[in-house]
Design a protein around this ligand. Structure first.
Ligand code: SAM
Length: 273
C-alpha cells in the first residue's frame, strides 16, 4: 500500500527545534527499517489498536501507522505536538495524540490493544510494573513491545540462577511470557545513550489462582532486597513468610536467586490466604 509522504525525521527535528532533552529521556530513532522491525515484533498490526508512550517526533508512530495500526500516543513534551499533528494529518482518523504524563494517565483505548513504545528510561520500569500489576487478569493489553536499557531487558527475561534474576523477572514472568525480541545498538539513537538497548516482548499468560500481585511484590522485594542472604534471614521481617516457606517445602537456607518463579508463586499463594 502506498504511504503518505512525510518529511524525513531529521528535517522534522530541525524544523520544530526538537533538541533532545536528557531529563525527558529523549533518545530518538530515525532508521525506518529498524523502526519497521520494532513495529513488526507484536505480529500483524493491520487494523489493531496500539498505545505508544513517548512518540517524540514520531518515528515509531510512523512505523506503527505504516503497519496499518490505529495508534493512540501520549507525549509529555509539548514541543513534539506540531510534528505529531503533521503525522495525524497524513493518516486521517488513524492517530490520536494526547499531551500528558503516561504515569498519571490510563490508556484511552478499548481492550484489546497492544502497547509498543521506545520508553523514556527514567519511567520505563515504573510503567511496566504498573501494566503488570492489575488485580484483574488478563489485562486489557494483548502484548507489550518495549525498548529498555539492555540491562533492564536482561532483568525482565532472566531465569533463576542468573545474576540478572530478581524482583522484576518474577513480577514480569509470573503471569506473562517475556522474551528478548532484539538488541539495539546505542549508535542507532540520536543522541546515542551511554548503554545498549533491547526490545522486550511480553504476552499475558493465565494468572496462577489465589495469588495477589501486592503480596508477590512484597515477597520479592524482601527476598531480593538482601539477595546474598539466606531466605530465613531476608524474609524474617515479612509476617508469615517463614511459615509459608516451610509449608511450600522450600529450604530456608536457599537464596532468593535460586527460587523459580513457580516457587515464589507458591509462597505468595500461601501468604495471600
Ligand atoms: N518514540 C521516539 C523514538 O523512538 O524516537 C522517542 C523515544 S524517547 C526514548 C522517549 C520519549 O518519551 C520522549 O519523546 C519523551 O519526551 C517522552 N516522555 C518522557 N517521559 C514521559 C512521560 N512521563 N509520559 C509521556 N511521555 C514521556
Amino acid at each position: 500500500m502506498s504511504q503518505p509522504a512525510l518529511a524525513p525525521l531529521r528535517e522534522v527535528i530541525a524544523k520544530h527545534g526538537l533538541s533532545a532533552s536528557k531529563a525527558l529521556g529523549q533518545n530518538f530513532l530515525f532508521d525506518e527499517q529498524l523502526l519497521d522491525r520494532i513495529a513488526a515484533v507484536p505480529g500483524d498490526l493491520d487494523g489493531a489498536r496500539v498505545y505508544e508512550v513517548g512518540p517524540g517526533p514520531g518515528g515509531l508512530t510512523r512505523a506503527l501507522l505504516r503497519a496499518g495500526a490505529q495508534v493512540s500516543v501520549i507525549e509529555r513534551d509539548a514541543r513534539c505536538l506540531p510534528a505529531l499533528a503533521e503525522i495525524a494529518e497524513a493518516y486521517p482518523g488513524k492517530l490520536a495524540v494526547q499531551e500528558g504524563d503516561a504515569l498519571a494517565e490510563q490508556p484511552p483505548l478499548a481492550a484489546p490493544y497492544h502497547i509498543v513504545s521506545n520508553l523514556p528510561y527514567n519511567v520505563g520500569t515504573a510503567l511496566l510494573v504498573r501494566w503488570l500489576s492489575g488485580e484483574s487478569w488478563p489485562p486489557d493489553w494483548a502484548s507489550c513491545t518495549l525498548m529498555f536499557q539492555k540491562e533492564v531487558a536482561d532483568r525482565i527475561v532472566a531465569e533463576p540462577g542468573s545474576s540478572h534474576y530478581g524482583r522484576l523477572s518474577v513480577l514480569a514472568q509470573w503471569r506473562s511470557s517475556a522474551r528478548l525480541a532484539m538488541k539495539v545498538h546505542r549508535s542507532a539513537f540520536t543522541p546515542p545513550p551511554k548503554v545498549m538497548s533491547a526490545v522486550v516482548h511480553l504476552v499475558p499468560t493465565p494468572a496462577p489462582e489465589g495469588v495477589r500481585f501486592a503480596v508477590l511484590e512484597k515477597l520479592t522485594a524482601a527476598a531480593f532486597g538482601q539477595r546474598r542472604k539466606m531466605l530465613r534471614q531476608s524474609l524474617k521481617a515479612l509476617p508469615g513468610a517463614l511459615d509459608a516457606l516451610e509449608a511450600a517445602g522450600i529450604d530456608p537456607t536457599r537464596r532468593a536467586e535460586t527460587l523459580s518463579v513457580d516457587e515464589f508463586v507458591s509462597v505468595a499463594r500461601l501468604l495471600s490466604n
